[in-house]
Design a protein around this ligand. Structure first.
Ligand code: NAP
Length: 521
């Protein structure tokens, strides 16, 4: 790994500044170029074989559902089995490739992603309904995952410190696991997909990647990047198709060694349960890395800067239409500042512009699908019974899946809108008698992903540090926007297995340690 000695330390990818006219023009051009590719057909791929099953999967532009972004082919159960068999056959070759070689390929993938950054931004705008700024953050995070895990792999491939017994040479090495099934969600259709896929590959595992059915074109574009970087065709398969149709086959296959999943609680729990049952011919206990839902709270203390708290809650709740696992969906406000907080929040939220996201002046775009819009609107109806709507609550007519940012105040902490993940632009607000009560309400959840506290009281900060039970805790800032390297990401309780993506523990989940002792005297 000598030639890697000059690799500079990890730094987060800087964001493009869109108000700069040249950047704005470049993004407008990327949008035009991507729009010109709408409706193209993409085949799925197993090893070197490109396959058109004829069972079509069309992804739509959620800002204008009459537009088909990409046409894909759905895998069958048979193809899912073949994909695992192909990955299993190539594992001995790929796992023995020197780690430095795999790292070099990954750094190349990062370079290609960086070069195609605005193109990817544009795909995220059109297929996932992300605003320019949100798309840019997603693509930058994808670059960060590649750069960060490349460096982490070099660290883990190097000598590991163990005690040396007298008369022995003692060592410990990390080796890959086997075939990994990677199942990402649509809401970070590039960053999360990239993070889970490259973590699996750089550690020496072969991969069957089953992207979300909402965002298959972004997955197909990233597969192009991996191939261009030089990842062998057999090292990963892109298996588009319905999770409910092929998910069980992939998870239960006896040659599947691990499953890396990010998505909803119910699907994650099902995968965990199925994976735990050994199948005939299976030689191992399958490992499941499952990052799941959230019902994230921001606590606003009596002694806090109210304007900053209002801003933090608004951007955490309504950035990307509230469709982040880290989104604030519960605000818990000390009774002493509850009324002024609500007034300021309602005014702030009513100023949010909603509309198609190819227009950068729209802060909020559409939700991902017609089905998501229906579910969210049903929750808003429930919220009208459980509290008082002080902003939003409407679904503008048209071809986009738009919902206005909605705030439901005076909600009881046992209400459904306070307990269940809605995954849309809906915020429930409740009041607490004091700070202890606020923490108690914040922890009254099956989830434990992110949380934030706004306070100027150092004792309250200390108390929150000890008692607020979430994987990612923030003070006097929003509860979204985790940065690779700085904020390793993953949640407690039903939010998942706390895998801490983008942190120093992450790659260990894709490896197993082998201890070797040699008698020398
Ligand atoms: P989802 O419905 O659970 O789907 C996630 C993935 O699982 C998709 O690729 C889906 O494929 C697949 N899938 C569906 N049924 C399956 C089955 N029976 N077996 C195997 N795979 C199956 O979640 P989503 O709507 O895409 O994403 C939103 C959820 O993800 C929210 O709950 C959010 O909180 C969570 N999330 C968590 C994190 C985190 O880090 N904790 C990050 C982002 C998102 P199809 O699309 O084909 O159905």
């Amino acid at each position: 790994m000598k030639d890697m000695d000059n690799l500079p330390g990890f730094r987060n990818e800087p964001y493009t500044d869109f108000p700069v006219p040249a950047n704005r023009q470049a993004m407008e051009q990327a949008l035009r170029q991507v729009h010109a590719q709408f409706g193209r057909e993409y085949q799925l791929r197993i090893g070197s074989e490109w396959i058109a099953t004829g069972d079509r999967l069309e992804s739509l532009n959620p800002s204008n559902s009459r537009e088909v972004v990409g046409v894909h082919h759905k895998a069958t159960a048979d193809l899912a089995r073949r994909a695992i068999d192909c990955a299993h056959a190539y594992f001995p070759t790929w796992s023995r490739m020197p780690a430095a070689e795999r790292v070099r390929l990954l750094l190349d993938a990062a370079r290609i992603l960086r070069r195609r950054k605005m193109e990817f931004d544009a795909w995220l705008v059109y297929e996932a309904g992300k605003s320019w700024v949100e798309a840019e953050a997603d693509v930058s995070e994808a670059v960060d995952f590649c750069e960060y895990y490349a460096r982490e792999m070099l660290r883990l491939a190097g000598p590991q410190e163990v005690v040396q017994l007298a008369g022995e040479e003692d060592e410990m090495v990390y080796i890959p696991l086997g075939v990994g099934v990677v199942i990402p969600p649509w809401n970070f259709p590039l960053a999360i997909l990239v993070g889970m896929t490259v973590a699996s590959l750089v550690t020496g595992n072969t991969v069957v990647l089953k992207p979300s059915s909402e965002t298959p074109t972004i997955a197909a574009k990233f597969a192009e990047v991996l191939l261009e970087a030089g990842f062998p065709e057999q090292s990963f398969t892109l298996l588009t198709g319905s999770g409910s149709a092929v998910g069980d086959v992939l998870v239960q296959h006896p040659k599947t060694r691990f499953i890396s999943f990010t998505g909803s609680r119910d699907v994650g729990l099902r995968i965990n349960e199925l994976a735990a049952r050994p199948q005939p011919g299976q030689l191992w206990i399958k490992r499941v890395i499952a990052e799941m839902g959230g019902k994230d709270a921001i606590v606003v203390d009596a002694d806090s800067d109210l304007d900053k708290a209002v801003e933090g809650v608004a951007v955490s709740a309504f950035g990307y239409q509230g469709q982040k696992c880290s989104a604030c969906s519960r605000a818990i406000v000390d009774v002493k500042v509850y009324r002024p907080f609500l007034e300021k929040l309602a005014a702030r939220v009513k100023s949010i512009r909603v509309g198609p996201v190819d227009d950068p002046d729209n802060y909020m775009g559409p939700v991902i699908s017609a089905a998501a819009r229906k579910t969210i609107l049903e929750y808003i109806e429930t919220g009208k019974q459980e509290g008082r709507v002080i902003a939003g609550g409407e679904a503008p007519q048209g071809d986009g899946y738009f919902i206005t940012p909605t705030v439901i105040a005076d909600v009881d902490s046992k209400a459904r809108v306070f307990q269940e993940e809605i995954f849309g632009p809906v915020l429930a607000v409740t009041q607490a008698h004091d700070f202890d009560h606020a923490l108690q309400l914040a922890n009254d959840s099956q989830y434990g992903l992110t949380g934030a506290v706004y306070t100027n009281n150092p004792e309250h900060l200390q108390k929150a540090k000890e008692q607020f039970h979430v994987g990612n805790l923030y003070f006097n800032r929003k509860c979204t926007g985790a940065m690779v390297g700085a904020h390793p990401f993953g949640g407690f309780n039903m939010s998942g297995t706390d895998s801490k993506a983008g942190g120093p523990d992450y790659l260990l989940l894709f490896l197993q340690a082998k201890s070797i002792a040699r008698k020398v005297s």
